[in-house]
Design a protein around this ligand. Structure first.
Ligand code: SF4
Length: 222
């Protein structure tokens, strides 16, 4: 029977360390977390490269850009008007409340910081937890659609749990280790891209031997 650590060990052995999140600075990571909403990472990389080439990867530089210019730079990430507003609002917030110092903001205790992030326009629980974990080094498990899909198929979730219930499910069962949280989310993502897609490719999947979905498919009653 699978438990969370057995699944983690299996995925880690199969895929190896994922080195996620791929950003040069915590601020770049935060911008990437906002830009990755509703798009794939390749599109975000193009937008981040544009921002880097324009030397616009600081709160001051993003805040000072004319909105139309910022929209053009991040256009590859999709929903570029909405996202331009969000990254600019976040940059203004940092400048006026923390003198642009993201590190100061991230130094707060987890619960207070999570509440503050969730109060920002365009930052939902997944984005907030990504920022907390990957930019802030806080123990906050990141849940996404991949997490729900994989663990429902494995038989550990029912599938109708809300975000917080799934986050709690992981956080109540996993050891409190930053590297584990960091790697686990990234491993779920790669597993769902490689095998557990919307239409799963179960042959060769590293979790196939104990997967509830696959067992149900193979059952003579199904
Ligand atoms: S066996 Fe199939 S359904 Fe189960 S985790 Fe692997 S890919 Fe997903």
């Amino acid at each position: 029977m699978f438990d969370l650590m057995k699944i983690y060990r299996r995925l880690f052995k199969y895929y190896g360390p994922r080195h996620w999140w791929p950003a040069e600075t915590p601020f770049e990571m935060v911008i990437g977390a906002i830009l990755t909403q509703n798009t794939n990472w390749k599109n975000v990389e193009k937008a981040i490269t544009n921002l880097r080439n324009a030397k616009a990867l600081t709160p001051a530089a993003i805040g000072a850009l004319p909105r139309t210019e910022l929209e053009e730079l991040i256009r590859p990430s999709g929903f570029f008007r909405q996202k331009a507003e969000r990254v600019q609002l976040f940059s203004h917030y940092l400048r006026y409340n923390y003198r642009g110092g993201l590190a100061e903001m991230l130094r707060q205790p987890l619960a207070a910081l999570r509440g503050e992030l969730l109060a920002r326009k365009g930052i939902g629980p997944e984005t907030a937890d990504s920022i907390l974990l990957y930019a802030g080094g806080h123990l906050s498990f990141v849940v996404d659609a991949y997490t729900r899909r994989l663990f429902t198929r494995l038989g550990l979730l029912k599938g109708d749990e809300n975000y917080l219930q799934i986050r709690n499910f992981f956080m109540q069962r996993l050891p409190e280790e930053l590297r584990l949280y960091n790697e686990y989310h990234a491993l779920i993502v790669i597993q769902c891209k490689e095998y557990c897609r919307k239409k799963p490719t179960c042959s060769g999947c590293p979790l196939a031997d104990e997967c509830r979905y696959l067992l149900d498919q193979q059952s003579p009653l199904s």
